[in-house]
Every structure is written in C-alpha cells, then in structure tokens.
Design a protein around this ligand. Sequence first.
Ligand code: BES
Ligand code: ZN
Ligand code: ZN
Length: 458
Amino acid sequence: MKLISKESKTKFILKGFFEENKPKNKNILISLNSITEYVEKNEAFICLGSKKSYNLNILKDAINKIVKLNTRNFQIDAKTFVGNNINLENVVNKFIDIDEYINGENLYSAKTSKKPEKIYLELIVNDKEVISKANITLKIAHLVNEARRLQATPPNICNSEWLAKEIQTMFKDIKNPNLKVKVLNKKEIEKEKMGLFLSVNKGSAYEARLVVVEYNGNPKSKEKIALIGKGITFDSGGYNLKPSQHIQGMKYDMSGAAICAAAMKGIVELNGKVNVCAILPLTDNKISSKAQTPDSIWTSMSGKTVEVNNTDAEGRLILADAITYSIKKFNPTQIIDVATLTGAIIISLGTTFTGAWSTCDLAYERLLKAANKQDELIWRMPFHEDFLKNIKASNFADYKNTDLSGKGGSISAAMFLKEFTENKKYIHLDIAGTGGDGENPRGTMVKTLIQFALDSKE
Ligand code: BES
Ligand code: ZN
Ligand code: ZN
C-alpha cells in the first residue's frame, strides 16, 4: 500500500459512491459492492449502497473486494469512501489493514512457481494529520505480518533454536538505549530451576530457549507490563499423542510468542512511553525415549509441584514458569499472556473471538477499548474457584496440570496459570481459535497489545 497526495492522470482511479448521488452515467451498476469500469476514461466506481445504511462492515467488504480484484493498479480516492459515521481516518486505516493483510510482503512461501508481479494499491489522501496516523497503522500492519511470517514457517525450520535467533534478529537494528534483548540457553534455564518448562523440552532434539526482551520507555512510571507468549514450535501432544485430525496445524502453537515479540517491537518502534518486558519460552512438545511421561511430577520455578496427568497440556507448564520468571526478574504490575492454549476455547468462541480473562475490571476495560480501536474481537471469560478443584486434587503434588472432567477446559487452564501470578494483575488471552484461520496465520492481538501499551496513562 502506498499513500499518495495527488492522482496521476495516466492511472486508473477508483471512487466509491452512494446510491443517492450516483455519478452521471447511464450504465453504472447500482448494487452493493459492484464495480463499474470505464476503461477509456481510466475511471472505475464501486457502489457502497445507500448513505443511511453505510457502516464499517460495508466498507470492509468493499475494500476486500477491491484488494482481491486489484489487477489494475488502482489509485483509490479515499475521501469518496467517507460517509455516515465513517471518517477519513477510518477509511485509510481499513484500506491499509486489509491490503497489507492480503498482499503483505515477506509472508512465508516455498512455492517454486514465479510470483506474479507485485501490484501496489495507491491511496490518495491529502490530510496531513490522517497521513501521519496512517504511517503508524502501516507500521503496525507490517508487524502483524512479521508475526504471521514466523507463525507460517514450517516446524522443520522453525524449531526453538531457530525461533530464538529469528526473534533476536527482529530487534537487532533498533538502536534504543532503553531496549535489552537476551536469550537464555538450556543451561541457564536449568540454573533458574524452570522445572515445568524443562519437562516439556525433554523429548526434543532442540534445546529450550527463553527469549527475554526488556524495554523501559518511561522510567518515571511504576507501571510495568509483562507479555508472556506460548512458544511451542510443534505440539505433538507428547506421550498423550494427538490423533491425526488434531495434530495438523500444531506448528501454530508458537503463535503467542510470535505475537508478543511483534507487539513488543511495535511498542519500541513507536517509542511507547511505557515499561514492557516480553518473556517467551520456546520448545517443541515431542516424543522420544527421554520425553516426559504422564504421571511425572516436577518442581516449578516458583517451588510449587505439578503432577503431569496429560502431556498435551504443555502450554500451561511452560507459561507457569515464564510467569514466575517475569515476577522474579521484573516485578511487573500487569501480566498478560497470549497462548494457543485450549481446544475448548474453539468450542466456546469459535474462530471469531479471542477468550480474555482478567483479574481486574479496569484492566479489562482498557483491553476492550484497545481491541475495539484496533477492530479485534475479544470476549470476557470467568475466573472461578470451581475450576480449580480438579486441578488441586493430586494425591502427590500441589497441582495436576489438567482437569480431565471435560467441563470448561479453557477456564481450568486459566485458573492453573493464575495460581502462578502471585496476585499480580493478570490478563490471559486464549487464541487457540483465533491465532490461525485454517491455513492462514492471523497475527491476532498484535494490534491490540500495542494499543493497550501505548494507551498507558501513568
Ligand atoms: N496447543 C493445544 C491447544 C490447541 C488446540 C491449539 C487446537 C490450537 C488448536 C494445547 O496444548 C492442548 O493440546 N490442549 C489440550 C488440553 C487438554 C489436554 C486438557 C486440548 O485442548 O485438547
Ligand atoms: Zn498440547
Ligand atoms: Zn499446545
């Protein structure tokens, strides 16, 4: 997507119109989303329906159609899409968002056929304020694609060691004295006594890695946000092996880590006046003679002990230790984890809403405001002690990692994690349904997390 301030007469121009003020052409199509092209005049028009019923969804449908159909090198006259309660900023943001999502560069591809020549949409905007905001939108859209590139990379390439390096590389060109990035190797993770994290790594051919990013953008503020991202580069289930229909797509189980890394980069690049750290535990969950078996009992970094009654509930194991690490090293005021944690959340909220838990109403409001602003869907889920009963019912350890009752599996997973948060303000985001849309990685919540951090009031 390119922003231009003036149209060039030699290129096709596309304008939106409402039924009430249709261009004076006899043979123009007046049905929602239909495009009429006047080739000899280098002009095209898309019908946006009636002025009264115009809304964000109609705008999004129109943009999707234009972006997918763009074989013409359209220049788009942004102001002609303004109407009802949709202003120029909304129009420009949505065009950027959708075009970058569909045509964005650097998405993973191993196709050997030659790529079709890239066609850039050009958007005509001549409002300075809107343009400067649009540049932020463009930056954030690129970061969503950075997360999506990592998500899409196949697991025979994207193992824990590769992913740690890749995330480190993402930050390497940023010269900001308030930014620190380090990667802990297996020995260093052992030194921190992260027994739960290490238990998942036992069956792996690759070493576990813990990526730690710290950014202090506001030394005067006491607020410190810790972003914790689940980084399972492939989830086979371990000895509780996943059946064929559920194992495919498990390369996406590192989405939380990719998303937190991209959000973190956005916060730094946009010079957020806020203190944020990202803790990203990376490993696969595989089987070998060394892999952990069900019934194993481990001591977590916090000292609490956990009986593993299902090796496929591995996300909460690595996250629990990452949460403890964040508390011990950074003493955050707000913990937020992002994880493809449970299949159960797909039963509850489909692939439409991210499940969101919050121990604090005010923090949830801030999150919802950020999500609304960035046009991402979240739905609040409950923390409740009932869902801790089976988790606490181990005869041999402080906890079991899994409630096998089959009731509210996303909530018991959230309750397990909350046990490690030491009463810090805590938000848990389960993106198992929204992180990837079938074949398509979505980079869900990158935009919302950046917005949440930038909205810091302290
Ligand atoms: N990575 C999965 C969750 C998942 C499922 C993500 C489907 C994306 C799509 C997670 O590690 C897992 O296996 N969870 C188990 C938990 C169960 C053992 C309590 C699940 O959801 O089946
Ligand atoms: Zn699993
Ligand atoms: Zn998993």
